[in-house]
Design a protein around this ligand. Structure first.
Ligand SMILES: *[C@@H]1O[C@H](CO)[C@@H](O)[C@H](O)[C@H]1NC(C)=O
Ligand SMILES: *[C@@H]1O[C@H](CO)[C@@H](O)[C@H](O)[C@H]1NC(C)=O
Ligand SMILES: *[C@@H]1O[C@H](CO)[C@@H](O)[C@H](O)[C@H]1NC(C)=O
Ligand SMILES: *[C@@H]1O[C@H](CO)[C@@H](O)[C@H](O)[C@H]1NC(C)=O
Ligand SMILES: *[C@@H]1O[C@H](CO)[C@@H](O)[C@H](O)[C@H]1NC(C)=O
Ligand SMILES: *[C@@H]1O[C@H](CO)[C@@H](O)[C@H](O)[C@H]1NC(C)=O
Ligand SMILES: *[C@@H]1O[C@H](CO)[C@@H](O)[C@H](O)[C@H]1NC(C)=O
Ligand SMILES: *[C@@H]1O[C@H](CO)[C@@H](O)[C@H](O)[C@H]1NC(C)=O
Ligand SMILES: *[C@@H]1O[C@H](CO)[C@@H](O)[C@H](O)[C@H]1NC(C)=O
Ligand SMILES: *[C@@H]1O[C@H](CO)[C@@H](O)[C@H](O)[C@H]1NC(C)=O
Ligand SMILES: *[C@@H]1O[C@H](CO)[C@@H](O)[C@H](O)[C@H]1NC(C)=O
Ligand SMILES: *[C@@H]1O[C@H](CO)[C@@H](O)[C@H](O)[C@H]1NC(C)=O
Length: 452
């Protein structure tokens, strides 16, 4: 049996060689459209309920001429010369059925009968079983997206032999084991996504050979060890997700080489170090998430040189020192979260220049001084958290310009003077917490009308 399968693979391999090299004039050898059709119908019959999405897949019709849902076909030519008189034979080249309610085993699909596939998108169905090895033998496959299914078992190391693969999407399955080092052979890869699985062990340094990668998303697994040094070579990356693993060691300065990064999310790991100033070379950065437990030192003032940053999240670390005034340069910022650190000093008035900010969260630090008058400019702000600090004095009059806040928590400071009575004018206020201060005056009357 195994021999037979091997033989088929060898045969397939041979005629596909000439398919791509166009060397030998072909006969209609290999897999006819009829066999491709049979493989699809056979798979449909194994699915748990007959999904409405596959109603058009019917016996006696053809996937290429009867417009089967989710199936694309293309003309494949078998020989050196394009035949002009005769139509080139059609073959199934793509299956795209995301969110189609497919419930069954992926392994029941006979991939050996579908050697012309260039793309397979079966994301967000209920497919289970292991990733079939036969997929690795699909010689033309460029896009494989199996995200959001219930696949288990390990990622077959054989996938490393898929010479044309550009996108491998395995987001949100139940895959276990290590990330195979062989994936480092997929030099055509542009996107590799294994976020939200149960993968463990170290990140193979071989992935640093994938220098064409634009997105590398390995977040939300159980990966351990350090960020491989070879990642400093992934200079085309615009997205790097390593969040929610158990990675350790320093946040490496070589990440500063990845000049095209827009989204860097390393949060919720066990990194311990200072925030490297080298990150300030990532001038295209849009999102920086470093929610760790062990980051120390101060916030480098160079972070203020990232002109496109819209999200800066450094909460739950042990960052000390003052909030750098340079953060006021981040005019694209809409989310600033420095919650739960050991920051001291006063809140820089420069933060009042962040006109696009809709969330500012600075609680559970040791910030002192008064709330800057410039905060009155932050009219886009919806959520402001300053609780558990040592802020004092009255709120500046300008603060009363912030009429559209949805959440305001100033609790547990030493603020005095008048309560921010206008806070509910915009009728967005859902939560208003000012206790453990020394405010005078009454709770704003309008508050009753928002049911807070
Ligand atoms: C094929 O089916 C789709 C949807 O089922 C429809 O939108 C499309 O017009 C059909 N195309 C042809 C050529 O029949
Ligand atoms: C899968 O398809 C190949 C090629 O058409 C065929 O030779 C083989 O018998 C099929 N396997 C199964 C289990 O149907
Ligand atoms: C993944 O595994 C967990 C635990 O074994 C199980 O509860 C869950 O239902 C599985 N998810 C899927 C999509 O199969
Ligand atoms: C693929 O990668 C593995 C592990 O990195 C390596 O041992 C193997 O030689 C590579 N294979 C090819 C064909 O490049
Ligand atoms: C980065 O790539 C260069 C050139 O291919 C190579 O010489 C170097 O060893 C790589 N660096 C790491 C850390 O893998
Ligand atoms: C940023 O890149 C420049 C080279 O363009 C380099 O000289 C500098 O050391 C880098 N900055 C940091 C903080 O690594
Ligand atoms: C900032 O983002 C815009 C729009 O995406 C882009 O055109 C611009 O080049 C970016 N600036 C920098 C310094 O990367
Ligand atoms: C950033 O802010 C600092 C302090 O507010 C200021 O001195 C500096 O000129 C600003 N740099 C840029 C590039 O805007
Ligand atoms: C912000 O507010 C301050 C004080 O209320 C004011 O002087 C300044 O011009 C305002 N504008 C900006 C962009 O900071
Ligand atoms: C008030 O904030 C301080 C930190 O600034 C914290 O230690 C203390 O537990 C907080 N008190 C209450 C009642 O939450
Ligand atoms: C903000 O408040 C100040 C002082 O209360 C006031 O002079 C100013 O006009 C207000 N600005 C806006 C934009 O409402
Ligand atoms: C408001 O601040 C208090 C601390 O004084 C905290 O216990 C509470 O969780 C905060 N609530 C919200 C919604 O931020």
């Amino acid at each position: 049996m195994e021999m037979a399968v091997e033989l088929i693979l060898v045969l397939l391999h041979h005629w596909l060689l000439f398919l791509h090299a166009g060397a030998t004039p072909g006969h209609h050898g290999g897999v006819r459209l009829g066999c491709q059709t049979a493989a699809l119908l056979q798979w449909k019959s194994t699915l748990r309920t007959s999904p409405p999405a596959l109603a058009s897949w019917r016996q006696g019709t053809s996937p290429c001429t009867s417009n089967w849902t989710g199936v694309t076909c293309g003309a494949v030519h078998w020989g050196r010369r394009r035949r002009r008189r005769h139509r080139e034979p059609l073959a199934v080249t793509g299956i795209s059925l995301p969110f189609a309610g497919l419930d069954g085993r992926l392994g029941e699909l006979n991939f050996s009968a579908l050697p012309f596939l260039t793309h397979v998108n079966l994301a967000f169905n209920s497919l289970h079983g292991e990733i079939p090895l036969a997929i690795a033998s699909l010689p033309a496959l460029s896009i494989l997206d199996l995200a959001g299914n219930g696949l288990h078992g390990s990622i077959p190391s054989e996938l490393g032999s898929m010479r044309r693969l550009t996108q491998l999407g395995l987001f949100s399955n139940n895959l276990t084991g290590r990330i195979p080092a062989s994936l480092g052979n997929l030099t055509t890869l542009v996107a590799l996504v294994t976020t939200k699985n149960l993968l463990a062990g170290p990140i193979p340094g071989e992935l640093g050979k994938l220098t064409g990668l634009k997105a590398l998303e390995l977040g939300d697994n159980f990966l351990s060890g350090r960020i491989p040094e070879s990642f400093g070579n992934l200079t085309q990356l615009n997205t790097l997700y390593l969040f929610s693993n158990t990675l350790s060691g320093p946040i490496p300065a070589f990440l500063g080489n990845l000049r095209k990064l827009r989204d860097l999310e390393l949060g919720t790991n066990r990194f311990s170090s200072e925030v490297p100033a080298a990150l300030s070379n990532l001038t295209e950065l849009d999102v920086l998430d470093l929610i760790e437990k062990e980051l120390t030192g101060s916030i480098p003032h160079e972070i203020g040189f990232l002109p496109n940053l819209s999200v800066l999240v450094l909460y739950s670390n042990r960052l000390s020192g003052a909030i750098p005034a340079s953060l006021g340069n981040l005019t694209m910022l809409n989310h600033l979260d420095l919650f739960d650190n050991q920051l001291v000093g006063s809140i820089p008035a420069e933060l009042g220049a962040l006109m696009d900010l809709h969330t500012m969260s600075l609680p559970s630090n040791m910030l002192s001084g008064s709330v800057p008058a410039t905060f009155g400019n932050l009219t886009a702000m919806r959520k402001l958290f300053l609780f558990d600090n040592r802020l004092s004095g009255p709120l500046p009059r300008e603060f009363f310009n912030l009429t559209d806040l949805a959440v305001l928590n100033l609790s547990n400071n030493s603020l005095s003077g008048e309560l921010p009575s206008n806070a509910c004018k915009g009728r967005n206020l859902q939560m208003y917490l000012v206790f453990t201060n020394m405010f005078t005056g009454s709770i704003p009357r309008d508050l009753k009308s928002v049911g807070a």
